[in-house]
Design a protein around this ligand. Structure first.
Ligand code: AMP
Ligand code: ZN
Length: 153
């Protein structure tokens, strides 16, 4: 079920159901604000999803406190994967919005351990922008920060 704004309600959210224990999961971490469990279709063995317990559709909707707690758990899980799974690297992937590949509308971080010769491909084509194009974008993005950024270098 969705609300008028098209948002999935917490009662119907897959990851909220996992948080409440209504759907089973392979949990690897659980504290007051955050859980982490194995992705059911892992990119590599040990692929973990780190999820704030409080429902937020994506990173733009999440409270700063929940987000801070979540990212600290992402760090812990990354360390665990290196130590216990002998990962030689870790990709942290986080999708927001269906156009960015988000399938489950409850904020989550993928922590994907990397191994020699694994088949993971995380890539995008890189454009070359002119200095003036870059500057135009920089100005657009730094509008609200203008006062804070008036440093004398
Ligand atoms: P995203 O595309 O970023 O929304 O990723 C959602 C992820 O959730 C996918 O990698 C799925 O494999 C994973 N997933 C879906 N259902 C479950 C489930 N019941 N338990 C664990 N992981 C799941
Ligand atoms: Zn949810």
């Amino acid at each position: 079920m969705t609300t008028q704004a098209g948002m999935i309600k917490s009662a119907d959210c897959l990851f909220c159901k996992i948080v409440r224990g209504e759907i089973p999961s392979k949990k690897v971490y659980d504290d007051k604000n955050t859980i982490a469990f194995l992705d059911i279709n892992p990119a590599t063995p040990g692929h973990v999803l780190v999820v704030p317990k409080k429902h937020a559709e994506d990173i733009t909707k999440a409270g700063e406190e929940e987000l801070s707690d979540t990212i600290v758990v992402v760090k812990k899980i990354s360390e665990l994967l290196m130590e216990k799974m002998n990962a030689i690297g870790v990709n942290v992937v986080q999708n927001n919005g269906k156009h960015a590949g988000q399938l489950v509308s409850h904020l989550h971080f993928h922590v994907i351990p990397r191994y020699p010769n694994d088949n993971v491909i995380i890539t995008y084509q890189r454009a070359h922008l002119s200095e003036s194009d870059l500057e135009e974008i920089r100005k657009k993005l730094s509008q609200q920060e203008k006062k804070d950024m008036d440093f004398d270098f």
